[in-house]
Write a protein that binds this ligand. Structure first.
Ligand code: NIG
Ligand code: FE
Length: 412
C-alpha cells in the first residue's frame, strides 16, 4: 500500500464539504493552521493538526511529503473548457483588437465556424496530441480535473471524432476529464434559417450515437440570440436529459434570453457565462441549486462587462470559476489570470475564489462527493503552493504559484 503524509505545512485549506457552497458559505474554506494530511493509495484518510495526526499515525509507516512551511489546498477543477479543437484563430483576435464584433465575425462564417472547418480537417490522432499538450499545461497550473466540450463538429462524424479524442485522452492523461456533448454550438451554413431542423438532426442522429457509445456525461447548448433560442434549447436539453445526460448551458452571455431560468427549470447542473443574467435568473439558480459558472477570461478577451458574481453570491448562488479555454473567445488556460480577474474585477474574496475553483467547480462537474476538498474519503488531488498563505493566489497577479501537484497520492 502506498502511504503518504503531507507534513510541515503552514496551513491546510480543506474547503471541506460534500455539497456545493452557496452564498455566504463560500467564505468558509476550513483552514487548519499547521495541518497535516494522511493519504493511503489514492485516497485521503485523515486531515487535522499535525500534532494530532502524529499521535494517531506512526510516521515511520509513511513516505513524508515536506510542504516546507507552505500552504496546501485542494486541486483545482476547470469546469468549462473547449480544449479539443483543430487550428487557431490568431487573425480573428487581431480583427477584434481593431473593433470587430465576436458575433459579427461568426455571422460572416468565421469564429466558431472557422474552428469547425479546421476540426473537420484534423485527424483523430492530431486532436488527441494537441489536446494532451493543452492538458499538460493545465496540470502545471494545478488543474487536476477538467471538463471538455465537443461542438466544433456540427456534423455527426466530426462531433464523434472530437468526443472520441477526449475519451482517448482520458485513458492516458493524469488529469481527469468530464466530457460534454455540445452538438448545438453554432448554426452551420446549410442550416441557416432552419435552426429547428438542425436541432432535429442533433436529437435524431447525433444524440443517440453519443449516448449509445457512452461518449459524454453532459449535454450543453449555445443558447444565444442568433444561435439557438430558448425553445430550441429546451427541446434539445429535455431530450438529452431523457436519454440520460446531465445538463449544462451557455446561458445569457451576450443577450439576456432567460438561459439561467431555463437551466433552473430543467434541473441543469450548471449555467455558464451569465454576463447578462436577469434578477429572476439569479434567484432561480440559487433556489434550484444550479451552479453559476463564471468565465472572467472570456469577458476580459471580448472586452465585455464582467458577470456580476458579487451579486450572485450575495443573492445565495453557488458560484464556480473556469477558464473557458477555446481558440476564439478566450484562448487561455491560465488559472492565475482567472483568479486575478475574479478578485480585481468581480470583487470576489480570496476565500470565495478558492471555493469557486474547488468544491463548487467539483459540483459543476457532478463530482462533489469525490473531489474538490481535502476530506477523508475523497481522492488525494492536492496542491502545495509556493507561499505560506492561499491569499497569495490573487495577490501574486497572473503568476502561477502552484509548486507541487499531488494526484492519486503521487507527485505528478
Ligand atoms: O464559451 N460562447 C460560445 N462558445 C465558446 C466560444 C467558442 C469559440 O469562440 O470558439 C465560449 O465562449
Ligand atoms: Fe464555452
Amino acid at each position: 500500500m502506498k502511504k503518504k503524509m503531507i507534513l510541515n505545512t503552514s496551513e491546510v485549506v480543506t474547503c471541506s464539504g460534500s455539497r456545493p457552497k452557496f452564498g455566504k458559505d463560500m467564505e468558509n474554506i476550513g483552514i487548519i493552521k499547521n495541518g497535516a494530511v494522511v493519504i493511503e493509495d489514492d485516497k485521503i484518510v485523515s486531515v487535522g493538526k499535525e500534532e494530532d495526526i502524529l499521535k494517531k499515525y506512526n510516521k515511520d509507516n509513511y513516505t513524508v511529503i515536506d510542504a516546507q512551511a507552505k500552504s496546501v489546498i485542494p486541486g483545482f477543477i476547470d469546469s468549462h473548457t473547449h480544449f479539443v479543437f483543430g487550428g487557431y484563430r490568431e487573425e480573428e483576435f487581431s480583427w477584434r483588437l481593431r473593433g470587430d464584433d465576436y458575433m459579427d465575425i461568426m455571422r460572416r462564417g468565421g469564429g466558431i465556424i472557422s474552428t469547425v472547418k479546421s476540426t473537420k480537417e484534423a485527424s483523430l490522432e492530431e486532436l488527441i496530441q494537441s489536446g494532451k499538450k493543452r492538458l499538460d499545461s493545465m496540470l502545471d497550473f494545478g488543474v487536476t480535473t477538467v471538463e471538455g466540450k465537443s461542438g466544433y463538429g456540427l456534423d455527426l462524424e466530426t462531433e464523434i471524432k472530437q468526443l472520441k479524442a477526449m475519451q482517448e485522452i482520458k485513458k492516458e492523461h493524469e488529469i481527469d476529464i468530464a466530457v460534454t456533448f455540445l452538438g448545438p454550438h453554432a448554426v452551420p451554413e446549410e442550416y441557416k434559417g432552419k435552426e429547428d431542423e438542425f436541432i432535429d438532426f442533433q436529437i435524431e442522429k447525433v444524440l443517440p450515437e453519443v449516448v449509445n457509445n457512452k461518449l459524454a456525461e453532459f449535454a450543453d447548448i449555445f443558447c444565444e440570440e442568433g444561435v439557438f433560442n430558448i425553445e430550441q434549447s429546451r427541446r434539445f436539453l429535455k431530450k438529452a436529459k431523457e436519454m440520460g445526460l446531465k445538463l449544462k448551458l451557455h446561458a445569457d452571455e451576450i443577450v439576456q434570453l432567460g438561459g439561467a431560468e431555463l437551466a433552473a427549470e430543467l434541473g441543469a447542473v450548471s449555467a455558464d457565462h451569465l454576463l447578462q443574467v436577469s434578477d429572476k435568473g439569479i434567484k432561480d439558480m440559487a433556489k434550484k441549486g444550479v451552479i453559476s459558472t463564471l468565465l472572467p477570461g472570456t469577458a476580459f478577451c471580448l472586452k465585455e462587462e464582467y458577470a456580476n458574481g458579487r451579486k450572485m453570491i450575495d443573492e445565495g448562488c453557488a458560484v464556480a470559476l473556469a477558464t473557458d479555454l477555446n481558440p476564439g473567445s478566450c484562448f487561455t488556460n491560465s488559472v492565475p489570470l482567472i483568479i486575478s480577474l475574479a478578485a480585481l474585477y468581480m470583487n470576489l474574496s480570496p476565500e470565495e475564489i478558492i471555493t469557486a475553483l474547488t468544491i463548487n467547480s467539483a459540483a459543476a462537474v457532478d463530482r462533489v462527493e469525490e473531489i474538490g476538498s481535502i476530506d477523508p474519503g475523497k481522492k488525494a488531488y492536492i496542491l502545495i503552493l509556493d507561499y505560506p498563505s492561499y491569499k497569495f493566489l490573487p495577490y501574486h497577479v497572473g503568476v502561477n504559484i502552484v509548486k507541487t501537484v499531488i494526484k492519486n497520492g503521487k507527485i505528478v
